[in-house]
Every structure is written in structure tokens, then in C-alpha cells.
Design a protein around this ligand. Sequence first.
Ligand code: WQD
Length: 406
Amino acid sequence: ASQTLDTRDYILVIGGLGFIGSHTTLELLKEGYNVVVVDNMSNSYDSAFVNIQRLAKKHWASKGVACPRLRLHKIDYRSHMMRTILGRYTVQDAVLSSIRLSHITGVIHFAAYKSVEESTQKPLDYYQNNLAGLIDLLVVLGDFGIQNFVFSSSATVYGSVLSKGGKPVREEQLIHHEAEAVSHDVDGQATTAAVPGATGLTSPYGRTKYFSEAVLADVALADPTWRITALRYFNPVGCEPSGRLGEDPRQKPTNLFPVVSQVLKGDRPSLDIFGTDWDTRDGTAVRDYIHVVDLARGHLAALAAAGSRPAEHAFRAYNLGTGEGSTVAQVVSCMEKAASRSVPVRQTWRRTGDVGFCVAATERAERELGWKTRLTLDDCAADTWRSRPSQALRATDFTVSRRSDM
Ligand code: WQD
């Protein structure tokens, strides 16, 4: 039967319509990858799919080239339907026409619940979705021989290591195996690091990420044909220049940038600053705010670099951050500049579980992924201020972009 079989390679993006997932899906398409997205829509919108398509088509139209393929399956990644979907995209010689069907050459897994506060109220939901779901997914991917796996992790896994404060945190300060302990430094000198337990992790959410990394490290140690990458995000903020993929959480936001944005839009009377007595340059807490477009690019760099990693790096964690710390007060003034209006603030007590300083050491990602951030805190503030995520793009929306990365 002369069926038109799709023989392309695809990247599978699980949770590919969420805040970071949608930016990564767009960057993949702009880089020329075909993408199949699985998303249960629990924290994403149809408008994200429409906007990704329009932005990707515009990118390629400017080059006179057809846009790569984007497919969407609105299912939960834990559903048995995943096997059916993977079956359509995996290597199998079609006996009749003896050609290879499409092949999934990599997976990026974003789908997880991520509210620190909610995780303390509903720990089993978090362990079921974030941890048990991951384990079942790995079994399915292993059955189909899909082993280039990029995992969305978080600086929160560093737990009590962060409370020592003051210096950028390095990946080897938290490892899961002696096998990781021998990390070859820049000059090739092997160094070893203590293997910290999951001590001092501040929430069930943080523990689901820590345990997920431990599972991934065990899988890779047992079968080094895997190439598993844990990307430890610091503080993702901003959105791509059109403003249509911005953070649009179904729940009331608690993170700093969206909260300041609400105050500026008049949806909140003022910003509560959690603690002004930290040991920092202005007394407010320091974080490493990374623009979500830079973060998305980090995933592409991790996908591309996986194949050339040695077997002893079958599992490898990378910080994705700028390496620069910014205080809450600095963020407020950047946002005030972007919106040219002031932010009323109230100085309140520290938030339970907060640390005063959390900044990435970025040497490993620069050295091994050839990746580093390009966008500044001002870009993060300007793009956050302009984001209009829930509106679908219209042709007239395509203004001339102010940056070359559009
Ligand atoms: C940033 C700074 C607050 C709100 C969280 C999660 C972490 C990760 C990233 C998933 C802190 C201060 C905030 C406000 C404030 N998520 N702040 N007033 O806490 O660094 O990390 O998001 O992986 O798991 O914990 O980010 O944006 O909540 O706070 O003063 O109304 O802003 O104290 O110093 P955080 P955040």
C-alpha cells in the first residue's frame, strides 16, 4: 500500500506547551528540528501552540524555507497512549516499503508540577506526577531504545548546600554517585567531591527533583548507552520578543517577576519584599535570573552535545544560569525602568525555606556544552513587561523585532 510514511527525525518535547517548554519548542523549530509535543494542557494553553507555529513559520518564511514539522498530542505523558504515540515515531522497518519510519532522536521532559508551596500540601500528587511518572516514562523510552534524555531539573536540588551562602554553586557540590565524583576539571585533573545526601531540601517539590536525578543517575550507571542530562535551572524569567509565550500560570503566581508585573499592571497593590536583612549588597536576597530564551537555547546545546559525551558521563548535570546574582531591589528597579512607573513595596519577613543567595557556577555548561547566556536583566524586565501570553498572534502583530534573535 503506498502510504505516505513520515521518515523524518523528531525531538519529543513532553510538556512542550508550558512556559519553558513552549520557548524550547520554538527554538527547536527555528534550529530546524521537527518536534512532536505531548502536553496534557493542565498548565498550558492552545494559544501557545498557535503562537509557536506562527513564530516558527515567520522565522523560516524570512529565509524562504518551509518550516519543520510540529505535531501535538494532548495527552498526559503518563497515559498508556504514550506507547502508541512512540510507536508512530520510532525506528521500525516498514516491511512493505523497507524504509525507516520517523525516529525520535531525543526527548526533553518538562512535564512536572512545580509549586514549592502546593507540594507541601499535596506531596503524593507531586511524587506521583514528578517521580513515579518519570520512572514509568523511562521504562517506555528504554523499550523503544530512545536514550538521549534531557531532564528539567532545578537549583532547588542543591538544598542545604545553598544555605552556606555567598559563592556560585558548582554541579559537583551535589552528585549522586562516586562515578560522578571524578569530574575532570578544566586542566584534566580529576577532582572528587563529597556525595551529599538529600539533606536540607526545602520541599517535597525539591525532593521530587532530587530523587528524579538520583533515578536518572542510577539508570545511566546501570546502562551507559543512555545519555541523560539534568539541567538545573536557576530562576527562569522573561519571554521571547513577541511577548506571546510569556508565563501565564493557571495558578496565582508567587515568583518575583510575575508578581512585580502584576503590581505594575495594577492587579496587586504592592510587592512584599521577603526579608531586607540578608547578608547581601542591599539586604535583599540574591538570585540568578536567566532569560527563558537563553534557557531554551541551553536545552538545544545539551541535546546536541550528548552524543559526544564519554560513557562515564552517561548521566551529567549542568547548571543553567547567568553566573551573575541580582537582588530583589535590583529587579524592582529594572522593572520600574521597563514600565516607567514605580512599584509600591512593603518590607516583610523572610519566606520559610528561602535562602539569601543562589547563583550558578557556569563553567561546566560553557566548557562542555559551548553554551552561555546572552540576555541581560534589563532584557528580562523589558520582555516580562511586554508579555501578553494569552493573546493569539495576528499577522499585524509582527512588528520589526528589536533584536536579531527574532
Ligand atoms: C525570588 C526572590 C524571594 C516574591 C522559586 C522556587 C524554585 C524554582 C524557581 C522551580 C526570593 C523574593 C519573591 C515576592 C519577594 N522553581 N520574592 N517577594 O524562590 O528563588 O525560586 O522559583 O524549580 O524551586 O523556589 O524564586 O521568584 O519565588 O523569589 O521578595 O512576592 O524574590 O524571597 O529572594 P525562588 P522567587
